[in-house]
Design a binder for this molecule. Structure first.
Ligand code: HXC
Length: 260
Protein backbone atom coordinates (compact mmCIF):
# COMPACT_ATOMS: atom_id res chain seq x y z
CA UNK A 1 0.00 0.00 0.00
CA UNK A 2 1.18 3.52 -0.76
CA UNK A 3 1.27 5.41 2.57
CA UNK A 4 1.10 8.79 0.85
CA UNK A 5 -1.98 7.75 -1.06
CA UNK A 6 -4.06 5.22 0.92
CA UNK A 7 -6.50 3.57 -1.53
CA UNK A 8 -9.39 3.88 0.93
CA UNK A 9 -10.27 6.91 3.07
CA UNK A 10 -12.71 6.82 5.95
CA UNK A 11 -14.35 9.57 7.97
CA UNK A 12 -16.37 8.68 11.06
CA UNK A 13 -18.90 11.25 12.19
CA UNK A 14 -22.08 11.17 14.19
CA UNK A 15 -22.58 7.36 14.12
CA UNK A 16 -21.96 7.14 10.36
CA UNK A 17 -18.81 6.21 8.46
CA UNK A 18 -18.16 7.51 4.96
CA UNK A 19 -15.68 5.23 3.20
CA UNK A 20 -14.25 6.45 -0.10
CA UNK A 21 -12.50 4.29 -2.66
CA UNK A 22 -9.62 6.56 -3.65
CA UNK A 23 -7.16 4.66 -5.79
CA UNK A 24 -4.47 6.67 -7.56
CA UNK A 25 -6.34 5.88 -10.76
CA UNK A 26 -9.70 7.70 -10.34
CA UNK A 27 -11.41 4.82 -12.15
CA UNK A 28 -10.75 2.78 -8.98
CA UNK A 29 -9.69 -0.55 -10.49
CA UNK A 30 -10.27 -3.07 -7.70
CA UNK A 31 -6.63 -3.94 -7.05
CA UNK A 32 -5.79 -6.16 -4.09
CA UNK A 33 -4.47 -3.29 -1.96
CA UNK A 34 -7.71 -1.37 -2.43
CA UNK A 35 -9.99 -4.30 -1.61
CA UNK A 36 -7.76 -5.36 1.32
CA UNK A 37 -8.00 -1.82 2.72
CA UNK A 38 -11.77 -1.78 2.21
CA UNK A 39 -12.17 -5.08 4.05
CA UNK A 40 -9.96 -3.85 6.92
CA UNK A 41 -12.06 -0.67 7.18
CA UNK A 42 -15.35 -2.60 7.20
CA UNK A 43 -13.98 -4.87 9.95
CA UNK A 44 -13.05 -1.79 12.01
CA UNK A 45 -16.57 -0.43 11.52
CA UNK A 46 -18.20 -3.70 12.55
CA UNK A 47 -16.07 -3.69 15.72
CA UNK A 48 -16.82 -0.03 16.57
CA UNK A 49 -20.01 0.25 18.65
CA UNK A 50 -20.22 3.98 17.90
CA UNK A 51 -20.78 3.42 14.15
CA UNK A 52 -24.10 2.07 12.94
CA UNK A 53 -24.18 2.64 9.20
CA UNK A 54 -21.73 3.25 6.37
CA UNK A 55 -21.75 5.06 3.06
CA UNK A 56 -19.39 3.55 0.49
CA UNK A 57 -18.51 5.81 -2.41
CA UNK A 58 -15.85 6.30 -5.09
CA UNK A 59 -14.45 9.15 -7.14
CA UNK A 60 -16.39 11.58 -9.34
CA UNK A 61 -15.39 9.43 -12.37
CA UNK A 62 -16.13 5.99 -10.98
CA UNK A 63 -17.47 4.05 -8.05
CA UNK A 64 -15.17 1.36 -9.46
CA UNK A 65 -14.43 0.30 -13.05
CA UNK A 66 -14.05 -3.36 -12.14
CA UNK A 67 -11.34 -5.83 -11.30
CA UNK A 68 -7.80 -4.71 -11.96
CA UNK A 69 -7.50 -6.02 -15.52
CA UNK A 70 -3.76 -5.35 -15.62
CA UNK A 71 -3.18 -7.50 -12.50
CA UNK A 72 -5.39 -10.29 -13.87
CA UNK A 73 -3.56 -10.48 -17.21
CA UNK A 74 -0.63 -12.75 -16.16
CA UNK A 75 -2.67 -15.22 -14.07
CA UNK A 76 -3.29 -18.80 -15.12
CA UNK A 77 -5.99 -21.08 -13.73
CA UNK A 78 -3.78 -22.62 -11.05
CA UNK A 79 -2.70 -19.22 -9.75
CA UNK A 80 -6.27 -17.86 -9.76
CA UNK A 81 -7.51 -20.93 -7.86
CA UNK A 82 -4.55 -21.01 -5.47
CA UNK A 83 -4.87 -17.33 -4.59
CA UNK A 84 -8.67 -17.59 -4.45
CA UNK A 85 -8.84 -14.49 -6.64
CA UNK A 86 -11.86 -12.46 -5.52
CA UNK A 87 -13.15 -15.14 -3.11
CA UNK A 88 -11.52 -14.29 0.21
CA UNK A 89 -12.16 -10.55 0.17
CA UNK A 90 -15.61 -10.56 -1.35
CA UNK A 91 -16.89 -13.05 1.19
CA UNK A 92 -15.54 -10.72 3.89
CA UNK A 93 -17.45 -7.75 2.42
CA UNK A 94 -20.57 -9.88 2.27
CA UNK A 95 -20.12 -10.72 5.97
CA UNK A 96 -20.23 -7.03 7.00
CA UNK A 97 -23.05 -6.84 9.56
CA UNK A 98 -24.07 -3.18 9.62
CA UNK A 99 -26.06 -1.27 6.98
CA UNK A 100 -23.95 -0.40 3.95
CA UNK A 101 -25.11 2.17 1.39
CA UNK A 102 -23.39 2.39 -2.00
CA UNK A 103 -23.34 5.97 -3.31
CA UNK A 104 -22.43 5.60 -6.99
CA UNK A 105 -21.05 8.36 -9.21
CA UNK A 106 -19.75 7.57 -12.68
CA UNK A 107 -18.86 4.03 -13.68
CA UNK A 108 -19.86 0.95 -11.67
CA UNK A 109 -18.63 -1.73 -14.06
CA UNK A 110 -17.82 -5.41 -13.62
CA UNK A 111 -16.55 -5.85 -10.07
CA UNK A 112 -17.66 -2.26 -9.42
CA UNK A 113 -21.28 -3.09 -10.22
CA UNK A 114 -20.91 -6.29 -8.18
CA UNK A 115 -19.51 -4.32 -5.24
CA UNK A 116 -22.49 -1.96 -5.37
CA UNK A 117 -24.82 -4.97 -5.42
CA UNK A 118 -23.09 -6.36 -2.30
CA UNK A 119 -24.22 -3.24 -0.47
CA UNK A 120 -27.63 -3.13 1.21
CA UNK A 121 -28.90 -0.01 -0.55
CA UNK A 122 -27.63 1.52 -3.79
CA UNK A 123 -28.26 5.16 -4.59
CA UNK A 124 -26.97 6.69 -7.79
CA UNK A 125 -25.96 10.06 -9.10
CA UNK A 126 -27.55 11.09 -12.40
CA UNK A 127 -24.26 10.35 -14.19
CA UNK A 128 -23.89 6.78 -12.85
CA UNK A 129 -23.56 3.85 -15.28
CA UNK A 130 -23.90 0.21 -14.32
CA UNK A 131 -22.67 -2.72 -16.37
CA UNK A 132 -21.05 -6.14 -16.53
CA UNK A 133 -18.59 -5.73 -19.43
CA UNK A 134 -16.62 -8.91 -18.64
CA UNK A 135 -17.87 -10.66 -21.78
CA UNK A 136 -15.97 -8.08 -23.85
CA UNK A 137 -12.76 -9.25 -22.14
CA UNK A 138 -13.61 -12.89 -22.72
CA UNK A 139 -14.40 -13.57 -19.07
CA UNK A 140 -17.41 -14.45 -16.97
CA UNK A 141 -18.45 -12.07 -14.15
CA UNK A 142 -16.78 -13.33 -10.99
CA UNK A 143 -18.36 -11.64 -7.97
CA UNK A 144 -22.10 -11.96 -8.33
CA UNK A 145 -22.92 -10.44 -11.72
CA UNK A 146 -24.68 -13.56 -12.94
CA UNK A 147 -26.36 -14.14 -9.56
CA UNK A 148 -27.20 -10.83 -7.87
CA UNK A 149 -27.98 -8.90 -11.06
CA UNK A 150 -30.88 -11.16 -12.16
CA UNK A 151 -32.26 -11.02 -8.62
CA UNK A 152 -32.10 -7.21 -8.78
CA UNK A 153 -33.28 -6.48 -12.35
CA UNK A 154 -34.84 -9.73 -13.56
CA UNK A 155 -33.51 -12.30 -16.01
CA UNK A 156 -34.04 -10.51 -19.30
CA UNK A 157 -32.17 -7.30 -18.49
CA UNK A 158 -29.45 -9.19 -16.57
CA UNK A 159 -28.90 -11.49 -19.56
CA UNK A 160 -28.84 -8.51 -21.90
CA UNK A 161 -26.25 -6.70 -19.77
CA UNK A 162 -24.04 -9.76 -19.14
CA UNK A 163 -24.23 -11.14 -22.69
CA UNK A 164 -23.61 -7.84 -24.48
CA UNK A 165 -21.42 -6.07 -21.93
CA UNK A 166 -23.33 -2.82 -22.46
CA UNK A 167 -24.07 -0.61 -19.49
CA UNK A 168 -27.28 1.08 -18.35
CA UNK A 169 -27.92 4.61 -17.10
CA UNK A 170 -28.90 5.60 -13.58
CA UNK A 171 -32.47 6.22 -14.76
CA UNK A 172 -32.67 2.72 -16.28
CA UNK A 173 -31.12 1.24 -13.11
CA UNK A 174 -33.84 2.94 -11.08
CA UNK A 175 -36.60 1.68 -13.37
CA UNK A 176 -35.16 -1.86 -13.12
CA UNK A 177 -34.83 -1.84 -9.34
CA UNK A 178 -31.03 -1.97 -9.19
CA UNK A 179 -30.95 1.32 -7.27
CA UNK A 180 -33.49 2.84 -4.92
CA UNK A 181 -32.91 6.53 -5.72
CA UNK A 182 -31.28 8.73 -8.34
CA UNK A 183 -30.19 12.15 -7.11
CA UNK A 184 -28.39 15.12 -8.67
CA UNK A 185 -24.67 14.37 -8.73
CA UNK A 186 -23.74 17.24 -6.41
CA UNK A 187 -26.30 16.01 -3.83
CA UNK A 188 -25.27 12.35 -3.84
CA UNK A 189 -23.04 12.25 -0.79
CA UNK A 190 -25.32 14.48 1.28
CA UNK A 191 -28.32 12.30 0.37
CA UNK A 192 -26.48 9.03 1.10
CA UNK A 193 -25.26 10.39 4.43
CA UNK A 194 -28.75 11.59 5.32
CA UNK A 195 -30.05 8.09 4.58
CA UNK A 196 -27.30 6.52 6.70
CA UNK A 197 -28.07 8.85 9.60
CA UNK A 198 -31.76 7.98 9.44
CA UNK A 199 -30.75 4.31 9.84
CA UNK A 200 -28.17 5.13 12.53
CA UNK A 201 -30.86 6.70 14.72
CA UNK A 202 -32.27 3.25 15.46
CA UNK A 203 -31.19 0.43 17.77
CA UNK A 204 -28.05 -1.31 16.53
CA UNK A 205 -29.11 -4.88 17.42
CA UNK A 206 -32.40 -4.28 15.59
CA UNK A 207 -30.58 -2.92 12.52
CA UNK A 208 -28.33 -6.00 12.50
CA UNK A 209 -31.31 -8.34 12.82
CA UNK A 210 -33.23 -6.64 9.99
CA UNK A 211 -30.22 -6.81 7.65
CA UNK A 212 -29.76 -10.49 8.47
CA UNK A 213 -33.45 -11.22 7.88
CA UNK A 214 -33.67 -9.38 4.54
CA UNK A 215 -30.50 -11.09 3.32
CA UNK A 216 -31.96 -14.43 4.40
CA UNK A 217 -34.79 -13.87 1.92
CA UNK A 218 -32.26 -14.33 -0.90
CA UNK A 219 -30.89 -17.55 0.58
CA UNK A 220 -33.95 -19.53 1.63
CA UNK A 221 -37.42 -20.68 0.71
CA UNK A 222 -40.29 -18.37 1.67
CA UNK A 223 -41.40 -20.58 4.56
CA UNK A 224 -37.83 -20.85 5.94
CA UNK A 225 -37.38 -17.10 5.59
CA UNK A 226 -40.69 -16.37 7.29
CA UNK A 227 -39.78 -18.69 10.17
CA UNK A 228 -36.38 -16.97 10.52
CA UNK A 229 -38.11 -13.59 10.54
CA UNK A 230 -40.68 -14.67 13.13
CA UNK A 231 -37.96 -15.96 15.46
CA UNK A 232 -36.09 -12.65 15.07
CA UNK A 233 -39.35 -10.88 15.88
CA UNK A 234 -39.82 -13.05 18.99
CA UNK A 235 -36.18 -12.55 20.01
CA UNK A 236 -36.82 -8.79 19.90
CA UNK A 237 -38.96 -9.15 23.03
CA UNK A 238 -35.70 -9.82 24.93
CA UNK A 239 -34.32 -6.38 23.97
CA UNK A 240 -34.55 -3.36 26.25
CA UNK A 241 -34.67 -1.29 23.07
CA UNK A 242 -37.92 -2.99 22.05
CA UNK A 243 -39.49 -1.97 25.39
CA UNK A 244 -38.06 1.53 24.99
CA UNK A 245 -39.31 1.90 21.39
CA UNK A 246 -42.84 0.85 22.32
CA UNK A 247 -42.86 3.00 25.50
CA UNK A 248 -41.61 6.04 23.55
CA UNK A 249 -44.36 5.58 20.96
CA UNK A 250 -47.01 5.37 23.67
CA UNK A 251 -45.60 8.39 25.53
CA UNK A 252 -45.31 10.41 22.29
CA UNK A 253 -41.56 11.05 22.71
CA UNK A 254 -38.39 10.08 20.85
CA UNK A 255 -36.90 6.74 21.92
CA UNK A 256 -33.51 6.65 23.65
CA UNK A 257 -32.03 3.40 22.45
CA UNK A 258 -29.18 1.80 24.43
CA UNK A 259 -28.30 -0.93 21.94
CA UNK A 260 -29.37 -3.52 24.51
C1 HXC B 1 -7.18 -1.73 -14.71
C2 HXC B 1 -8.07 0.09 -15.79
C3 HXC B 1 -9.37 -0.43 -15.64
C4 HXC B 1 -9.52 -1.69 -14.97
C5 HXC B 1 -9.50 1.45 -16.69
N1 HXC B 1 -8.21 1.24 -16.46
N2 HXC B 1 -10.24 0.43 -16.22
N3 HXC B 1 -6.99 -0.54 -15.34
N4 HXC B 1 -8.39 -2.29 -14.54
N5 HXC B 1 -10.72 -2.27 -14.76
C6 HXC B 1 -7.08 2.11 -16.82
C7 HXC B 1 -6.87 2.17 -18.34
O1 HXC B 1 -6.12 1.06 -18.77
C8 HXC B 1 -6.11 3.47 -18.46
O2 HXC B 1 -4.77 3.26 -18.04
C9 HXC B 1 -6.75 4.35 -17.39
O3 HXC B 1 -7.36 3.46 -16.46
C10 HXC B 1 -7.84 5.25 -17.96
O4 HXC B 1 -8.75 4.44 -18.69
P1 HXC B 1 -9.42 4.90 -20.05
O5 HXC B 1 -10.02 3.67 -20.68
O6 HXC B 1 -8.46 5.69 -20.87
O7 HXC B 1 -10.56 5.87 -19.52
P2 HXC B 1 -11.91 6.27 -20.23
O8 HXC B 1 -11.71 6.50 -21.71
O9 HXC B 1 -12.47 7.39 -19.41
O10 HXC B 1 -12.88 5.01 -20.09
C11 HXC B 1 -13.37 4.62 -18.84
C12 HXC B 1 -13.93 3.18 -18.90
C13 HXC B 1 -12.87 2.25 -19.50
C14 HXC B 1 -15.17 3.15 -19.76
C15 HXC B 1 -14.28 2.79 -17.46
O11 HXC B 1 -11.61 2.48 -18.85
C16 HXC B 1 -13.19 0.78 -19.36
O12 HXC B 1 -14.01 0.27 -20.10
N6 HXC B 1 -12.53 0.10 -18.41
C17 HXC B 1 -12.63 -1.34 -18.28
C18 HXC B 1 -13.91 -1.68 -17.57
C19 HXC B 1 -14.06 -3.19 -17.42
O13 HXC B 1 -13.94 -3.92 -18.41
N7 HXC B 1 -14.36 -3.64 -16.20
C20 HXC B 1 -14.53 -5.04 -15.93
C21 HXC B 1 -13.24 -5.64 -15.52
S1 HXC B 1 -13.42 -7.39 -15.24
P3 HXC B 1 -3.54 3.79 -18.90
O14 HXC B 1 -2.34 3.27 -18.15
O15 HXC B 1 -3.72 3.23 -20.27
O16 HXC B 1 -3.70 5.29 -18.85
C22 HXC B 1 -14.14 -7.53 -13.74
C23 HXC B 1 -14.29 -8.93 -13.23
C24 HXC B 1 -15.05 -8.94 -11.94
O17 HXC B 1 -14.48 -6.60 -13.12
C25 HXC B 1 -14.39 -9.80 -10.95
C26 HXC B 1 -14.79 -9.42 -9.54
C27 HXC B 1 -13.92 -8.38 -8.89
Amino acid sequence: MNDRHPPVRAVYEDRVAVVTLASENPLNPLADDLVDALVAELRRIDADPAIRATVLTGSSKAFAAGADVKAMAPLDYAAAFRQDVIGRNWDAIRAHRKPLIAAVRGYALGGGCELAMLCDVVIAAEDARFGQPEVVLGIVPGAGGTQRLPRAVGKSLAMQMCLTGTSISAADALAAGLVSQVVPTDRLLAEATRLARSMAAHSLPVLLAIKEAVNRSFESSLSEGLLFERRQFHAGFALKDQKEGIAAFRERRDPAFADE
